[in-house]
Design a protein around this ligand. Structure first.
Ligand SMILES: O=C([C@H](O)CO)[C@H](O)[C@H](O)COP(=O)(O)O
Length: 207
C-alpha cells in the first residue's frame, strides 16, 4: 500500500516546507483543495519542481468542465487529478480524456456519494485510475464518525482504491487490511508536532 500526504495548508511556502520534511516517507504528495483555491495551480508546479521523483496529486475535486480543469492541472505538473464521483459521467470521461492525452491519471473522489461501491465500479469503467473512499473534514467532525463504513465500501467495490478520512497511526493498519492501494493522511501529518516523525511512523506501520 502506498502512503499519500494531503497538504491542507494555505500557503505555497508552508506546503514546500512540509513536503521537504516528509517526502522521503511518502509516495504521493497531494496539494489539498483549500491550498489550490488559496494559492492556485502554481502550488502544484512548485511542489513538482521540488519533488520531481514523487507522484503529485492535485486535489481539484472537479464537478464540471472535466477535460478543461484536468488539462490545466496536468499542464501545471500534476500526475494525478481528482474529479468528484457525484459529477456527470461526461465530466469524468472528459477528465479521463485529458489524462490520457498527458499520459497521467484521474482519481474519482466519492465524497458525498451514497452508494460508494456501486459508483466506484461505474467510474472505474469510465477510466478512473483509482477511486477515493473519502469522508471529508466536515463529515469527520460529525458525532459518531468512524472509518469502518468507508473501509467496508472499499472492500466491496473490487476496484483499485484509496481511503481518506482522518487516517492516522491508529487506523492505517485497518486501511491496509481492507485492501486499499493508497492510504491518505492529512491532519495526522501536517497537524503533528513533528510531521517527519508522523510520516515515518505511518510508513513503518504499513511496511
Ligand atoms: O481532501 C481532503 C479534505 O476534503 C479537505 O480538502 C483532505 O485532504 C483529506 O480528507 C485527507 O485529510 P485528513 O482527513 O485530514 O487525513
Amino acid at each position: 500500500m502506498k502512503l499519500q500526504v494531503a497538504i491542507d495548508l494555505l500557503a505555497v511556502e508552508d506546503a514546500l516546507e512540509l513536503a521537504g520534511k516528509v517526502a522521503e516517507y511518502v509516495d504521493i504528495i497531494e496539494l489539498g483543495t483549500p491550498l489550490i483555491k488559496a494559492a492556485g495551480l502554481s502550488a502544484v508546479t512548485a511542489i513538482k519542481e521540488a519533488h520531481p521523483d514523487k507522484t503529485v496529486f492535485a486535489d481539484m475535486k472537479t464537478m464540471d468542465a472535466g477535460e478543461l480543469e484536468a488539462d490545466i492541472a496536468f499542464k501545471a505538473g500534476a500526475d494525478l487529478v481528482s474529479v468528484l464521483g457525484s459529477a456527470d459521467n461526461s465530466t469524468i470521461s472528459g477528465a479521463v480524456k485529458a489524462a490520457t492525452a498527458h499520459n497521467k491519471g484521474i482519481v474519482v473522489d466519492l465524497i458525498g456519494v451514497q452508494d460508494k461501491a456501486a459508483r466506484a465500479r461505474e467510474v472505474r469503467a469510465l477510466g478512473a485510475t483509482f477511486v477515493e473512499f473519502h469522508a471529508g473534514l466536515d463529515e469527520q467532525a460529525q458525532p459518531g464518525f468512524d472509518l469502518n463504513g468507508l473501509l467496508r465500501s472499499g472492500e466491496a467495490a473490487q476496484v483499485p482504491f484509496s481511503v481518506a478520512g482522518g487516517v492516522n497511526a491508529g487506523t492505517i493498519a485497518a486501511v491496509q487490511a481492507a485492501g486499499a492501494d493508497v492510504a491518505v493522511a492529512g491532519g495526522a501529518i501536517y497537524g503533528a508536532a513533528d510531521p517527519a516523525l508522523a510520516a515515518k511512523e505511518l510508513q513503518a506501520a504499513i511496511n
